[in-house]
Design a protein around this ligand. Structure first.
Ligand SMILES: Cc1ncc(COP(=O)(O)O)c(C=O)c1O
Length: 392
C-alpha cells in the first residue's frame, strides 16, 4: 500500500491559502480551510518531470508534442471510455477561467443569459456578471441527505432564452459526480433547447471509492457537438500555481473559434512548458499517489461527518462522492448566513468558504477544504463545535 501524500514543509512557501490569509487576518493560530489548494506536496513524478525541464537548460516557447496529445487521449479513454482524437479536439490555456472567458465570448454576447446550477463556485456568477452577461440560477435540489439536479428548473432557465449551461462535474461545492442518467437527461434538455454546455471538469480525478466520473460530452453524439469541457492538472495533482489548463471539444467549429480567440492574445504560440510536462507525468505516473490521496481525503470526510453527527446536533456534513471538500449544513444557527464565515474567522480564527456567496441554496452552509492534516481537521472540528454551541 502506498504511503499517504506528505504535507508540504511550509518553510519558504508563500501560499494564498495559508501565508496570505495569516498576513491578512493577523491570526498566528489561523486554520485555513478555504482556498481550493492542497497542503500536500505535489506528486513526486510531477516534480521530477519539472526538474527535468529545468535540467535541460532551455525555457523557450515549447511546441505541442505528439506525446502530450497521446497522453490526454489515453487518459480520457482509460478513465472514462471517451475516445477522442486529441490532435483535433484539444486546445490549451493558462487556467480554467481564462478558457471560460473565451468560451463565453464564443457562445454568447453581452446581455445574454448563462445558466448555472447553484450552489456553485462563486467565480461562475462573478465571471458571468463581470463579462456583461446575466447568470440564471437553477438551484440544485437538497433533501437533507444529498443533491439532485432540478430538471424542471433547468428547462425553465433554457426556455427563458439562455442558450448556454455552465456545468460543473464533479460539482463544487456539493461533491456530486453526476451519473449517466442525470448527464443524459441534462444533455437531452440542452439539445431540446439548442443550448451549448461549457463543462468545468477540473476536479474530475478526485473520486471516492467506487465512484465514476463521466464527461457529459461523452454521453451521446449530440452532446459532444454542443460541449466544451475544461480540464487542468491544477486541482487533482496540486499544480494550481503552474497556471495551465486545456479544453476538449469534438465540435471542429468550436475548436477553430477557440483557437482564434487564443490567437488574439498571442497564446496559441507556445504555452506553459511546465504545464504540459505536468500533464504528461500526472496522467502516466501518478495513479498510486492519487489513490492514496483519495483514501486520505475519504477518511478525513468520514472523520468530520462522524464528529458532526456525535458532537454538533442539528448540523451535518453532506455525503460526498468526489473532491476534497466537506459541505457542512449549519442552517440551524441563529446568525445571518451572510456573516457565517466572517464570524467563524473572527471568533475561531478559521477560514472557510461561505455558502451564502455560492448562489441560491448555499445560505447557511460552509465549505471546508479537507486536503490538510488530520490534526488540523480535528482542531477545526473542535473550534466549530465551540462556535456551534455559542450561536445555537
Ligand atoms: C470549479 C472550479 N473551477 C476552476 C477553478 C480554478 O481552476 P484554475 O485555477 O486551475 O484555473 C476552481 C478553483 O477553485 C474551481 O473551484
Amino acid at each position: 500500500m502506498t504511503e499517504s501524500p506528505l504535507i508540504a514543509d511550509p518553510a519558504g512557501l508563500s501560499r494564498m491559502k495559508w501565508e496570505y490569509e495569516r498576513e491578512r487576518t493577523g491570526f498566528d493560530d489561523l486554520l485555513a480551510f478555504g482556498t481550493a489548494d492542497m497542503d500536500y506536496r505535489s506528486p513526486e513524478p510531477v516534480l521530477r518531470a519539472l526538474r527535468r525541464v529545468i535540467d535541460r537548460g532551455h525555457l523557450g516557447y515549447p511546441m505541442v508534442t505528439d506525446r502530450f496529445y497521446d497522453v490526454i487521449h489515453d487518459h480520457l479513454l482509460r478513465q472514462t471510455g471517451w475516445d477522442i482524437d486529441a490532435r483535433t479536439s484539444v486546445g490549451q490555456n493558462v487556467g480554467i477561467y481564462a478558457s471560460a472567458k473565451l468560451i463565453m465570448g464564443i457562445l454568447t454576447k453581452p446581455g445574454d443569459k448563462i445558466t448555472i446550477m447553484t450552489p456553485v463556485h462563486f467565480c461562475f456568477r462573478s465571471m458571468i456578471s463581470q463579462n456583461g452577461r446575466t447568470a440564471l440560477e437553477c438551484p440544485l435540489l437538497y433533501d437533507g441527505h444529498g443533491y439532485k439536479v432540478n430538471f424542471t428548473a433547468l428547462e425553465s432557465c433554457l426556455e427563458s432564452g439562455s442558450r448556454v449551461l455552465w456545468f460543473c462535474n464533479p460539482h463544487n461545492p456539493v461533491g456530486r459526480a453526476w451519473n449517466r442518467e442525470e448527464l443524459e437527461r441534462i444533455a437531452d434538455i440542452c439539445a431540446a433547447h439548442d443550448a451549448y454546455i461549457m463543462s468545468d471538469d477540473v476536479y474530475s480525478g478526485l473520486l471516492f471509492d467506487n465512484v465514476r466520473y463521466i464527461p457529459i460530452a461523452s454521453v451521446s453524439r449530440d452532446a459532444f457537438l454542443r460541449t466544451i469541457t475544461m480540464y487542468s492538472t491544477s486541482k487533482v495533482y496540486n499544480t494550481t500555481g503552474l497556471r495551465h489548463s486545456y479544453i476538449v471539444t469534438e465540435n471542429p467549429e468550436l475548436l477553430k473559434r477557440y483557437t482564434e480567440e487564443l490567437g488574439k492574445m498571442n497564446l496559441s504560440y507556445g504555452l506553459n512548458i511546465m504545464g504540459m510536462e505536468a500533464v504528461i507525468a500526472a496522467y502516466t505516473e501518478c495513479d498510486e499517489w492519487l489513490s492514496a490521496l483519495m483514501r486520505e481525503i475519504e477518511s478525513h470526510h468520514r472523520f468530520l461527518s462522524g464528529y458532526f453527527r456525535s458532537e454538533l446536533p442539528g448540523a451535518a456534513i453532506v455525503p460526498a462522492e468526489s473532491m476534497y471538500f466537506a459541505w457542512a449544513d449549519m442552517r440551524r444557527l441563529r446568525i445571518p448566513p451572510q456573516q457565517l464565515a466572517y464570524l467563524i474567522s473572527e471568533e475561531e480564527h478559521m477560514i472557510v468558504e461561505n455558502g451564502a456567496e455560492l448562489g441560491k441554496g448555499g445560505a447557511g452552509f460552509i465549505r471546508l477544504n479537507l486536503a490538510t492534516s488530520l490534526e488540523n481537521i480535528e482542531e477545526g472540528a473542535r473550534r466549530l463545535k465551540a462556535f456551534w454551541f455559542r450561536h445555537l
